[in-house]
Write a protein that binds this ligand. Structure first.
Ligand code: KG4
Ligand code: ZN
Length: 341
């Protein structure tokens, strides 16, 4: 089965063609980051309008790269939520219009299920069951995954998501949007141990997270440095290093706990923050000690992309699921509400 995937939930238009026999045939992405950067974050209306401009040209580009015609597409998968409603509607309308015109099924995909399954596109995919750490701009969750649609939420952030904490902290430090890669880059120049930040909620049992206090702690530290006349580029890098180290260690501690609690040895990390090199290396070191293994997607499939939507949609279509002709999207949508396949 050949599935065209459309991702339009936020500020990236992603399109891909996935074949259940041959794997990924082609994928293309347009990132709107430059348009939103001047505002320091995503402006929903600008995002929707740009998805309208990009979707069809990207579909053409992907089909050309795969050497396929529209008639070779067997079904269309699109992100149906969670995300920005206007942006989601662009993908949903485009997908439903194409499906109707071509007389083929369309399926709405949960964005976080797409992220969760993205490591399946790699050469050595994880096997069910596993623990997944989902770390994106909107979510931080630990999930026990028994199979597709069989998700048990083990813990989640009570306030900011990990990516959101990176983005907000970057803004406080005067860095560009999106802040995750900016902080990661600056932290490389930082001196380890000059500042030590708290590891929130690690001193009590449980698998929930809280990152907003860490953001405030970073702001206070940086403000004190500025007030004492020590706002050098090196100090800023040292603060970024301390922040990233605290987030990474907190995530590692909770992942180790989740693996112990479930008795599982495989950990999948997914979502934009799973592109973070420090996080990958620290989790690899922890799992090497535990005799387990960590799985993640290549960096461009960690952040938003069409390939993960085409893959996840294909699995659900193969199980016989598809939408009616209605265009329905969900700004909020718990992953636990998805049917098992
Ligand atoms: O999954 P994603 O592309 O979009 C959402 O579904 O939210 O994740 C975007 C988030 C942003 O907050 C961004 O700052 C963060 O992922 N991010 C990173 C890195 N690359 C992207 N955070 C830390 N380190 C990175 N290398
Ligand atoms: Zn995402």
């Amino acid at each position: 089965m050949r599935v065209l995937g459309l991702e339009t939930s936020c500020d990236e238009t992603g399109v891909a063609l996935y074949d259940s026999e041959q794997g990924l045939l082609a994928d293309a992405l347009f990132s709107q980051i430059e348009q939103h950067r001047v505002y320091g974050g995503v402006v929903p209306e600008l995002a929707s309008r740009d998805h309208v401009r990009r979707a069809v040209p990207l579909v053409r580009e992907v089909l050309a790269e795969a050497g396929c015609a529209l008639q070779d597409v067997d079904a269309i998968a699109y992100t149906a939520g969670p995300g920005l409603v206007g942006a989601l509607l662009v993908g949903a309308c485009t997908a439903q219009a194409m499906a109707t015109a071509l007389g083929i099924p369309a399926v709405g995909v949960h964005h976080m299920e797409g992220h969760l399954l993205a490591p399946m596109l790699e050469d050595t995919p994880p096997q069910f069951p596993f623990v997944a750490l989902l770390v994106s701009g909107g979510h931080t969750q630990l999930v026990r995954v028994e199979g597709i649609g069989r998700y048990e939420l083990l813990g989640e952030s009570l306030d900011d998501a990990a990516g959101e904490a990176f983005d907000k902290t970057a803004k406080l430090l005067g860095l560009d949007y999106p802040g995750g890669p900016e902080i990661a880059r600056l932290a490389e120049q930082g001196q380890a141990g000059r500042f030590v930040f708290p590891r929130p909620m690690t001193d009590r049992p449980g698998l929930d997270f809280s990152f907003s206090g860490l953001k405030t702690f970073t702001l206070n530290t940086w403000t004190q440095c500025q007030q004492s006349g020590d706002a050098s580029e090196q100090t800023r890098a040292d603060v970024a290093h301390a922040f990233q180290h605290a987030v990474v260690e907190t995530l590692v501690i909770k992942c180790r706990r989740a693996l112990k609690q479930t008795g599982l040895k495989q950990l999948v990390i997914a979502g934009g923050v799973s592109a973070n090199t420090q996080l990958r290396q620290s989790l690899e070191a922890m799992l090497a000690k535990q005799g387990g293994r960590v799985f993640y997607a290549r960096p461009r499939f960690c952040t938003d992309n069409g390939a993960m939507i085409a893959y996840a949609g294909c699995q659900r279509l193969l199980a016989g699921q598809h939408e009616g002709p209605q265009v329905r999207v969900h700004a909020r949508w718990p992953m636990q509400a998805l049917p098992a396949i």
